[in-house]
Design a protein around this ligand. Structure first.
Ligand code: CUA
Length: 171
């Protein structure tokens, strides 16, 4: 989807640049100004129509696929409350099911921590901040079972590196 958006953006930018060049060239010639203006207006109408159509199509095609819209559709989601302390994590449950959406409700008791979930190969899977006074919700559906690690992504003091919890994703 990002590729499509990127190519579309580049194409539209090229189109706009093309119009600029055309206007610059026709402004230099001694052509009848009225004809140029009529041509420009016609072109502008076409470009505007294309832009509006593209916008409407892009919105209709992508808005329904937002993560929040997806999360709302599936009501079988599991909720895990995550609390950050100096210097450990407290999870309301340490096992979640594969293939079912998980909603992490993340907060902190003392200072800001970074709630980051890594897979068995220590690749970052998903993350959000754990802040005192706020509950940040993080939606994720685990595709693969296994043992995941929760690490802290925000320097929070002496034993920041020691904030490690385990999360098991079961089949
Ligand atoms: Cu908590 Cu770094």
């Amino acid at each position: 989807m990002q590729n499509v958006a990127w190519v579309t953006s580049v194409a539209l930018m090229a189109g706009v640049a093309g119009v600029f060049v055309m206007v610059a060239i026709s402004a230099r010639s001694t052509a009848d100004y009225k004809i140029v203006v009529e041509k420009g207006y016609r072109l502008r109408k076409i470009v505007f129509g294309v832009l509006v159509t593209t916008g409407v199509v892009a919105c209709a095609g992508t808005l329904g696929r937002l993560p929040y819209a997806q999360a709302a559709q599936e009501d079988t989601h599991q909720i895990v409350n995550a609390l950050g302390y100096q210097w450990y994590w407290e999870l309301s449950q340490e096992t979640v099911k594969r293939g079912q959406p998980v909603e992490f409700r993340v907060t902190a008791t003392d200072v800001t921590h970074g709630f980051a979930i890594y897979d068995a190969d220590l690749n970052l899977v998903t993350q959000t901040q754990a802040m005192p006074g706020y509950i940040n919700t993080l939606h994720h559906t685990f595709d693969r079972p296994g043992t995941y690690k929760v690490l802290c992504l925000e320097y929070c003091g002496l034993s920041h590196h020691g904030m490690i919890a385990e999360l098991t994703v079961s089949d």
